[in-house]
Structure formats: C-alpha cells, structure tokens
Design a protein around this ligand. Structure first.
Ligand SMILES: *Cc1c(COP(=O)(O)O)cnc(C)c1O
Length: 489
C-alpha cells in the first residue's frame, strides 16, 4: 500500500508536469530561433528554483536527495518527475533534451521526446538495439535490418562488426539509396528497422525520406534517420515521416568543439513489430528510463550545457556555414586539379533537386534578409583530386589554415582523407561499396571568411604544379605520443 504522504508528492508532481507541458506547448508556437535560444528553461523556473540564473545551471551532481522515504519511493518508481541519479537523468541534461525535442519537431504538430547520450555512436546503438531483441516466450529467429551503405565510418563498424559479425544480425546494405525497389527487395519478415544517413558523411548521398518512411510503415517497421549533417536548422526528418532521428550532437550542433554528445529524438507512437507498449508510445523516454538506465551511455551535465549553449544560434550558423561552403564548392568545381565535387548545393549533384525540396533554411521566410524559403545544404562537402593517393596527400599536407583532423561540424574549417582516417577500418571493399576512393578529401567549411579558405585550398592545389611548402616541424609537436590511433570523427 502507498502511504498517504506519497500521494501528496504524486499530486504535487502532477501539477508540475502539467505546468511544464503547458510551457512546452507555448514555446512550440515560437519561431525556431526563439526555441533554440530559450528551449524549455523558463523565466519562472529560473526565478523560483535557480536564483534567477538566466543561463541554464549545470547540475554537477551524481544524485538527487529526497525529503523522506515516501518521496524517494515515488521518485524511484518513476511516479514523479525525478532525476534521482545522473546516469538516468539530470536537470541540465533535461534542458538539452527539451530543446532538441522541440527543434526536431519544429513546424509540425508531432509530439517529440529526446534522450541525450554520451556520443553519436551511443545514440545509434541506443536507437537500434531495442529492435534487435527476442521477447520472452518468442522463438529465436534470424534478424536483419536494412540500412544505407553510405554511412559514417563508426556506424559502418557498429553495424558490420558489432551487430553482424559478433551478434549474427544481418546488415542488408542499400547501395543506391534513391532506388526504392532496392530498399523494398531487402525487407522480409525478419527485418527489424530501416535506417538511413542523409546527407551522408562524406559523400552527401540523399534519398526521399517520405517515400522510404511510407515503405517502412507498409511493413510495420520504423525508419531511423541519422540527420547529423543537416541539423534541425536545415532538415527535420520526423516531419517527412521518419519515426526516430539520431544526432551526433558533437558535430554542427556543438560547433565549438568542446565535447562529444549524441541524441535520439523520437515521435510518439512509432511503428514497430516489437510488442512493448511503452517502447511504442514514447521511444526516447522508454530508452532513458529503461534500457539506457541499465546500459549507462549517459552524458555529463557539463557537456549538456556546453552543447546547449552552442545550439542557441544554430540556424544563423548553418546559414553562414552553408553559404561559405557553397562559395568554396563552386571554387573547387572550377579547378583543373579537382576531378569532381560532392555538394548537394551544386546543380551538378545528382540529388540536387531532391535535396532542394527538403533542405531549407528553417524560418527563412520570416528572415528579414530573405523573406522567402531559401535552400541551404550544410557545411560538409567532399572532392576528388585529379590524381592518385599520393598526390591527394600532397595537397592535403599543404593546407595551412584548414585543419587536418578527423572531425567536422566545427566553427573552424577541417579536412580529412576518409580512406586513411574515418573510413579506414572498413577496408578497401567496404569503401568501394560506400564510394570512398583514395583521392577523396572531405572538407567542412567553418566560420572563417571563405576568401581565406579558398586561398588556402588554392595554395594547396598548386603543389600539383610542382610548388612545395613547408608545413609545421615535428619538434614543435608535444602531444602526439598519447594519441590513440583510431580513425574516428
Ligand atoms: C560523427 C558522426 C557520428 C558519430 O558521432 P560521435 O559523436 O562521434 O560518436 C555518427 N553519424 C555521423 C553522420 C557522424 O558524422
């Protein structure tokens, strides 16, 4: 029996929940920038509970204390909103989850929820593994999932090694993601979910989310989209019919580059053949309260607030980054040492038209500067050098402002050669399937003036005319010894 005082806590909590819900609904009627700036942190909450702090506080504490055993019991039984222990929840992390949920659902009446994770890879694992289970009493059957072959290198490893090799769960690869027949031909009664990354890292593959979502739902399956490269400022897959979005928040959302962070955002009542009612009705919250509580891929509150702070101006940043990237892409396309450029903004791109239908700078029609919907394609691009692997490395090595790093989404421009870094572990065959040749350079243009980035690229490309440049000398380099040799980022 529940003691009467427990009910007191439950009743009070119900009122608080109602108030928060109403506040969220109020925020939903604001423009994107307003939501990104304020999120779910209200003035009332600041004044009543956080000493008027206008910035969301960092709750740097592992756990929450309770008034008495009744409150504790109600909290641990999930009968009242609680954060009890920071592996499960934490107020600072709630602020981040709240804003990401609102931004991914922006412009729709879709009710969304979000789970923040320690990394993008943890988000992908959290979002996919709950579909790869056998419920008690059910016969163990072979399982598969259908996912685009053009995915981030870490995702490729998680799918091919951790799921397929180690757990015998078949990854059925979609090679041409614009071909709906190919998607459909891979689905059977043992398929658990469809998964696609778009635009893909590093080759910017793109497909029709609505059409693939309809296909998934026809077979009673969820569609999961990795939307890292677009961010909610340019594309919101839930609005196009996806059930679940994963974000490597680490990238453009967290553009200052202070930390690693991921997120799973889901709509209510996802489509799935797994018969767990709580999982269907509110997937992200289910993950948070159950599987992720038990598995523990949680975020640190400090990183949550740092990420949150970067997200406030995401729309303006993605606009600037995208415009600069377009300028740089056009420059590269005109260069005789460049074989081809992958950027969805270029008319030469096969998916330009489709991407132009879906990739729009959110709220640009309300922007004084534009007054209409304008297309923006993000800041990830890649290009092939007209030359071999060695010549590609020579160009890469001659960059003096663009960082050589396995990273992207930064306010500083960053480049990498995927074949020797982010996509080295999947091997030659895996790279062939994913379309990642040796002469490909991935470039993510940051907030510098594009003229300076173009100068750097122009100078680097001139090594192919026989020019030489000294790069930094090893004796100035201190930290190299401790770095792990893993191709991430
Ligand atoms: C980087 C990246 C990931 C992995 O995210 P981490 O935060 O590095 O774990 C997943 N998907 C895409 C598209 C990425 O670029």
């Amino acid at each position: 029996m529940t003691a009467p005082t427990t009910n007191r806590y439950i009743e009070a909590a119900a009122k608080a929940v109602q108030w928060h819900q109403e506040y969220r609904i109020r925020m939903r009627s604001c423009r994107f920038d307003t939501i990104a700036v304020h999120g779910i942190y209200s003035m009332q909450e600041a004044l009543d509970f956080n000493q008027g702090s206008i910035i969301e506080p960092v709750y740097m504490s592992t756990s929450q204390g309770y008034r008495d055993s009744d409150e504790m019991e109600a909290a641990l039984g999930y009968k009242i909103p609680t954060w009890c222990y920071s592996r499960i929840a934490n107020p600072s992390i709630y602020y981040l989850e709240g804003v990401l949920a609102l931004l991914e659902g922006f412009g729709t009446d879709i009710d969304t929820s979000c789970l923040a994770t320690s990394s993008g890879m943890a988000a992908i694992q959290s979002a996919t593994d709950p579909f790869l289970i056998t419920l008690p009493g059910q016969p163990a059957k072979p399982m598969n999932f259908v996912a685009t072959a053009q995915v981030y290198g870490g995702t490729y490893q998680q799918f091919s090694v951790r799921k397929q090799q180690e757990r015998n769960i078949e990854w059925r690869k979609v090679i041409h993601s614009t071909d709906l027949n190919e998607w459909e031909s891979l689905i059977d009664e043992n398929t658990r979910f469809l998964y696609g990354e778009l635009p893909s890292n590093p080759c910017l593959a793109f497909f029709d989310i609505r059409a693939v979502a309809d296909l998934a739902h026809k077979y009673g399956l969820p569609l999961i989209i990795d939307s890292t490269v677009a961010t909610p400022a340019l594309l919101r897959p839930l609005a196009h019919g996806a059930d679940i979005v994963v974000q490597s928040v680490t990238k453009s959302l967290f553009s200052s580059g202070f930390g690693i962070c991921g997120a799973v955002i889901s709509k209510k009542d996802i489509t799935t053949s797994i018969d767990i009612p709580e999982m269907k009705s509110d997937f992200a919250t289910y993950l948070k309260l159950l599987p992720d509580r038990d598995n523990g891929p949680n975020l640190s509150p400090m990183n949550a607030i740092l990420a949150l702070n970067d997200i406030r101006l995401i729309r303006t940043k993605m606009d600037l980054f995208s415009r600069s990237t377009m300028t740089v892409a056009k420059f590269l396309e005109s260069q005789s040492h460049v074989d081809s450029v992958n950027y969805l903004g270029l008319e030469s791109n096969d998916c330009h038209e489709l991407a132009s239908r879906d990739m729009v700078l959110v709220d640009s029609e309300f922007d004084e500067q534009y007054g209409k919907k304008v297309n923006r394609y993000g800041h990830l691009m890649s290009f092939r050098i007209k030359g071999n692997a060695k010549q590609t490395r020579d160009v890469f090595d001659a960059l003096q402002m663009i960082w050589r790093a396995t990273d992207l989404g930064r306010v500083k421009s960053v480049a990498t050669i995927p074949a020797i870094s982010t996509h080295s572990q999947q091997g030659e065959e895996g790279r062939k399937i994913a379309g990642i040749p040796d002469n490909l350079i991935r470039l993510c243009v940051g907030g510098e003036h594009p003229d300076d980035i173009i100068k750097d690229l122009d100078r680097a490309l001139s090594v192919l005319d026989g020019k030489t440049f000294a790069v930094s000398s090893p004796e100035f380099s201190a930290g190299g010894a401790s770095s792990a040799k893993l191709g991430d980022g």
